[in-house]
Design a protein around this ligand. Sequence first.
Ligand code: ADP
Ligand code: MG
Length: 332
Amino acid sequence: MKLFESARIRLTAWYLLIIALINIGFSTILYREVTWELERGFLRAEQHLRMQPVLYQQVKELLRGELNEAKDIVLLRLLILNGFILGIAGVAGYFLAGKTLHPIESMIDEQKRFVADASHELRTPLTSIKSEIEVTLRDKNLNLKDAKTQLKSNLQEVDKMKSFTDYLLSLSRYEAYGSDIQMEDVDLAEAARQAVERNTALAKKEKIKLNLETEDVNIKGNPQSLVELISILINNAIKYSPKGKNVNVSVSKVKKNAVVEVIDQGVGIEEKDIPHIFDRFYRADSSRCKNDVDGFGLGLSIAKSIVEVHKGEIKVKSILGKGSTFIISLPR
Ligand SMILES: Nc1ncnc2c1ncn2[C@@H]1O[C@H](COP(=O)(O)OP(=O)(O)O)[C@@H](O)[C@H]1O
Ligand SMILES: [Mg+2]
């Protein structure tokens, strides 16, 4: 906060300095021009008056006085005008500096929140691993079986952290280096097929029937990212559906776009959550309560960055308790 206030003031000072320099330059030129004109007028009047020497002697001093007074008035007016302009420039500059710095400020705030959230997310499994290890080490009669059980439990936590850091890496890759991602011709139907395949084991475990319907559509994109994108949506559709339901994935052409739809008959998303589900770390309450649904709230933010890298759009329609439909449209 302090940093931004002082940056704002410094920026305003720079604006003012530049404007003051320009003003001084212009004012000097203006003052020179005007006084030069006045001097010329004075000389012309003097020449006329010389023809009447008596009168000339009388008014000469008066005329000089008038001339000097006129010069002083010009100078004074210029000074007032300059002060006025600098005053307005100061206020406007302060306002503009605030406007210029605001996006940077919010970006840094978001970054701080991100680091805090990420550290928190890593701390939980680490704390649990640490206390398990401590308990095990204190156990004097530790046998191999107990030790293995403990290691297995540790491994689960480590796996969680691993998948968390994978998510983070993926997210930062798209957010920071999205524009560097290699684009090529991609068969979107094939990408959807691979995404379905990645989730078949999970679907089987959750007793969800995965259906895929495709048209042949080719787009310019990054094949791995597109598989990841569709896979994230299918993964969610499975995670947030009760056993026995269907998840339908379709790829089609609509006008100049390729459209991928992932439709589930799951828990749905509350209206108030919809604007936030693409935010990093956001998880709707219903999914937080369901202990068995684990996740970090990063899937959809990665999905959104991938869609943005492809200059597409992602939308969601959902009815609580009935199901959700995620629609991605990508330019062909
Ligand atoms: N198909 C879906 N059905 C219901 N809720 C969903 C669905 N997809 C996403 N959500 C909601 O959006 C939130 C964010 O999703 P995501 O970013 O993938 O995080 P995660 O799955 O790790 O919780 C989820 O926690 C969930 O509340
Ligand atoms: Mg998810």
